[in-house]
Design a protein around this ligand. Sequence first.
Ligand SMILES: [Zn+2]
Length: 125
Amino acid sequence: MNLLPCPFCGTAPISEPVDSSWVVGCTNENCHASPVVVAGRTEEIAKTRWNGRAPGLPLEVVLSEENDRLITAIKPFAEVARHDIGEDEADSDLYRPMTNHNKAPHLTVGDFRRALDAIAKAETK
Ligand SMILES: [Zn+2]
């Protein structure tokens, strides 16, 4: 039976006999939940227990929360640009962050328009 990775850090687990039973556990010392160990009378029982996972949140809930997070992240940038958006989609004069000091990409009118469109679409749902 293949073992699923640690549910907390993704590290491949170990499986080994200890005394009269089997244990499966995470080997990552930096794992917040380490050592996560499950035991069983037999190797199969220990591995089956390790691989048992609670069902995740419905995909719709996960995506909705991610959508909210992304909208919150881009909204301040789009609001700053809202009053300065012109008509030229390729116009990169709108915002040039420290152009002379680094290689930051230039944001175009199209970038800001897409951000505003995404926010408007999300807020109508
Ligand atoms: Zn782990």
